[in-house]
Each structure stands twice: as C-alpha cells, then as structure tokens.
Design a protein around this ligand. Sequence first.
Ligand code: UT7
Length: 322
Amino acid sequence: MRLKIIGTGSYLPEKIATNDDMAQLVETSDEWIRTRTGIGQRHLVSSSEENTTYMAVQAAKRALAASGLRAEEIDVILVATVSGDYVTPSTACMVQRELQAVNAASFDINAACAGFLFGLNTVDAYFRSGIYKTAIIIGVETLSKIVDWSDRSTCVLFGDGAGAVVAKADENGMLACLQGSDGTHADVLTCKARTNNNPYISTSKELDYVYMNGQEVFKFAVRKVPECLELLLQGTDFSPEDVDYYLLHQANYRILTSIAKKLNLPMEKFPSNVDRCGNTSAASIPILMDEMNRQGQLKEGNLLFLSGFGGGLTWGAALLKW
Ligand code: UT7
C-alpha cells in the first residue's frame, strides 16, 4: 500500500499586504519585488488568535471534510513547520486536540521549506510498512513573526498560511519519493532559537530573525529539483514531458522559470501562486495543491511531481498519480 491523497484544504489570512505596503516599511519597490521574485502581495496574520495552530486547524478541517473521513479515523498527524506557537506541545498535538482526532499519533517535522515533502515521505513509509492507514499532513508557517521587518532582503519575501492533505493507504497514488539534507550548508538559511541560559551561563537574550543567503538557495534549488526529478523517473517509463504538473515550492517565480528552462518544459506545467501568497515555506505546496484541486484543475490519473527545498539545507520530492 502507498500514500494516496483523498482531501485537500488550506487557509490564508484575510489581511493582504501589497508590495506598496512593503515600500512603506523598508527601502524597496513594487518593481524590484516583482521583477526579482514574481511576488505581488502576501497574506499576513493580523490578530493574536490567528496563529500557527489556528491556520493549521482551519486547513486540516477543510481537508478532512473533503476526504469524507472522520477525525477519529485518523492514525497520524504530521505538521511541517518552523514557526509553531509552542516549543512544546507540538503544533500537531494542538491540531489533534482541536479536531478531536483522538486516535492519531501527532508530531511536528522541522525541515523548513521541504517540510511538507518530508511529511509525505514519512507517511508513505508508514503506509508501505502497514503501520498506519490514514494521515493528515499539514504545512503551516507564520514566518511573519520570525522575519526582521527592517531587513528588506527577507521581509518582502515571506507570507503566512497553511495547507493540508488527508491521505489513506491505497494501491494507487505515490509512485516514488525521496528526501535529503546537507547540513554542511546549514548557515545559508538560519534563525536561532533561544541561546544557553542557566545559573552558570548567561548570553544575550536578544531574539534572532531569519537570515538567508538568497543567491545560494536559488542556485541550490535550480540544481537540486531537476536532480530529484531524474532520480524519481529512473525505474519508471515516464519522461519529464509526461508529468502533467510540477508543483514546486513557491519561493520565487524566477526559480520556477529557470527549472522549466533547464528541463525544456513549458511554464503551463508549473502552476504558481507566489504572486498572491509570497513564500509560505512548508505551506506553499499544499496551498497550491488545494487551490488547483478546488478549481478542478487536478484530474484523476494526472501525473504530479512535487518538490520542496530550503533551510538545512533540505530537499524532498514526490512523483504521484492524482
Ligand atoms: O523558501 C526557502 C528557500 N528560499 C529561496 O528559495 C530563495 C531563493 N533566492 C531568491 O529568491 C533570490 O535570491 C532573492 C529574491 C532572495 C534575492 O534576489 P537576487 O536577485 O538574488 O538579489 P540579491 O540578493 O543579489 O540582491 C541584489 C540587490 C542588492 O543590492 P546591490 O548589492 O546589488 O546594490 C540588494 O541589496 O538588490 C538589493 N535588494 C533589494 N532592493 C530592493 C535586496 N532586497 C531588496 C529589496 N528591494 N527588497
């Protein structure tokens, strides 16, 4: 048995901040942001109640309703996030409580923008081994609380939101998947947690914010995604042209065009919502998937290639039949 997606859901905060709004905060312009990234606006949380847990729960409820499963039928809940509301409990446990998914083992995954793919990989392995039969996988981020709103090189890029899928063990669905990481490049994208602090050591209590060497991540993504595709297609009869849609992490439209060019494929195969949502990290792929699903763009039997990449460095990919 393997992973098959049977329901999708997403949540985007109502508050929209345009590029012109960004230009009120830092020295930037709509022109720079659009031409360098393809981003036109981003959704941002705008109350203390609208937090990571809340967004994850909304997305999960929608996915669950679409799947036809009841909350108590879910065996495992995985939440990919780097911006949970608590160090403990995990966001997944908070989601479990809100859904009353009383039978689900629940935990978070920290793999930055590749987190949702790590979630799919993990659940697929559980299904293949027979350990579990149903799952909710969520990507959610409130990156707006960990970016430095005076740093124009990062604050204009990110948005908040959540995407979720419900999956069940099935004979169809996931064809192949992979995940990987390279900690030797850990310093390319960072945000420090609390530093040592006890009666014997006291260090600065200043909070850290997201730092990113954008060009390094850009080059890594454009190299890694085609490598992942090649690996996953090996052993199948499919070629890159056979893939109906490439649902890639929505970091920058130029990354998508560079990958499409490298693969010699038309942009119609690379759906994108980065213009409306910005970079929502672990949430970007499930949000995009839910939007396409609800618009009826995903047809039964479609071949999809998913790939996420980001801090760690981390990467993940999946080849699946819808
Ligand atoms: O989701 C996790 C994974 N993350 C990614 O995949 C992000 C990948 N990287 C990128 O998307 C791009 O590298 C960025 C959008 C982050 C940056 O684009 P870039 O074309 O690599 O620009 P750059 O960092 O080389 O900066 C070019 C110039 C610099 O000025 P100088 O040094 O040439 O004078 C920056 O200071 O643009 C300047 N700049 C800005 N100017 C106006 C940087 N941010 C801004 C800004 N507005 N917001």
